[in-house]
Design a protein around this ligand. Structure first.
Ligand SMILES: [Zn+2]
Ligand SMILES: [Zn+2]
Length: 393
């Protein structure tokens, strides 16, 4: 049972402004009042936020694991370990993300997340079906053996769990159109990633409901990759499609290793905070010592190396996803772009909530939403995390 709480004296980070001397009242796990002139109700325990910020719980729509566990390990224990690690970084809602792998591994992962979803601290509204439907030349750090083209016999089993909320498929694969139709019938946010798609393939996908592209600039087509695939004249790629089509959203891995400050600034200025999400894309090496780890399933996932700051392919020729939490991404984006604090926090809370259709419940400090709140100091370091009004860490 959560207590009735009133968070007072700090600066609340609202989607459109900073609210000084904020008073945020929470009853039965819900936010019931937000203001600055409110008298704290006498039946609530006071949480003093003086000299610090109160921000909404962060929401990660692309995350593979942490603290030694990958969601693809497919056990409730692994799901729980990874979720608890992310809660310590201020994430209160996350979408566990599949890698490439066998159909049984994917189903085990989805079922483990479904079973664990009430008991793990962080909220799991559903999974992100990400691998295995990637383009062969864009698998990145995922195991190539676990990649394939989509077939209804396989993907319907995933959608029929009712627990897939985000669905990725490379637009140029045979069967992609069937995949998008099925994902749309199951009300998923449809995304294209690990793809070498042309403009016209993106357009066909858009007509079937595709509205998002995974980790912008990573494992996606460019004018020069399409020059190699299709010859001349040069063609517009996924990048131009996302930048030109207002309805399209995307995400950045703002860990400081994947993208330079000017690319982060460019993505923010082109798409704005309403169409750009911060994600971790972090793997099991988050909060672990430097060393070699498996990406994806613990039995047969591909090996990568974490130097403690970022993941690398074993030959160091390319990056292999991130190893830091969403709080790090928020700090990095704030310090290295012109985005304001409300804009940066929205990119890691309200915008992913809106894109995945859960913004009525979570995503901002607003009356009527869950009391998912994070106290951070002036350097944006996490001090305390509350989920539905209950203190987690
Ligand atoms: Zn990826
Ligand atoms: Zn990923």
């Amino acid at each position: 049972m959560s207590q009735n709480l009133v968070f007072s004296g700090g600066t609340a980070i609202l989607p459109d402004r900073l609210l000084e001397n904020a008073v945020v009242v929470c009853r039965n796990g819900q936010i019931t009042d937000v203001g600055s002139q409110l008298d704290p109700p006498s039946d609530c325990n006071i949480v003093d936020v003086s000299g610090r910020y109160l921000m909404p719980g962060l929401i990660d729509m692309h995350v593979h694991g942490g603290a030694g566990a990958d969601f693809m390990d497919g056990t409730v224990e692994a799901v729980s370990i990874a979720c608890q690690a992310h809660v310590r970084h201020g994430t209160t809602t996350l979408f566990p993300t599949t890698t490439t792998g066998s159909p049984d591994q994917l189903l085990n992962m989805i079922r483990a997340c479904q079973q664990a979803s009430d008991a793990v601290g962080a909220r799991i509204p559903g999974v992100h079906l990400y691998g295995p439907f990637f383009a062969e030349n864009k698998v990145g750090c995922h195991s190539l053996a676990g990649r394939r083209s989509p077939g209804a016999l396989e993907f319907d089993r995933y959608f029929e769990t009712g627990f897939v909320r985000i669905a990725t498929c490379a637009a140029e694969l045979p069967g992609a159109q069937d995949f998008y139709q099925s994902a749309s019938a199951h009300s998923c946010l449809i995304t294209c990633g690990h793809s070498d798609a042309t403009w016209s393939e993106m357009h066909a996908a858009f007509d079937l409901g595709m509205r998002h592209v995974d980790h912008f600039w990573c494992a996606m087509s460019s004018v020069s990759s399409l020059r190699q695939r299709c010859g001349v004249p040069m063609q517009a790629s996924m990048a131009e499609f996302v930048l030109m089509q207002e309805e399209m959203s995307t995400e950045v891995i703002a860990d400081g290793w994947h993208l330079s400050p000017e690319l982060l600034e460019f993505a923010f200025r082109m798409k704005g905070s309403g169409r750009l999400c911060l994600v971790t894309d972090s793997n099991r090496a988050m909060d672990m010592v430097a060393g070699e780890y498996r990406f994806g399933n613990c039995q047969d996932g591909s090996w990568f190396y974490s130097d403690g700051n970022v993941g690398w392919a074993l030959d160091r020729s390319s990056l292999a996803s991130s190893v830091v939490g969403l709080d790090h991404m928020v700090r990095h984006m704030f310090h290295h772009t012109s985005a304001t604090l409300p804009e940066v926090v929205a990119m890691a809370s309200l915008t992913p909530a809106q894109r995945t259709g859960i913004d009525r419940e979570v995503g901002s400090i607003e009356a009527g939403k869950h009391a998912d709140l994070v106290i951070v100091d002036k350097e944006l370091r996490v001090e305390a995390v509350y989920i539905q009004g209950k203190r987690n860490s």
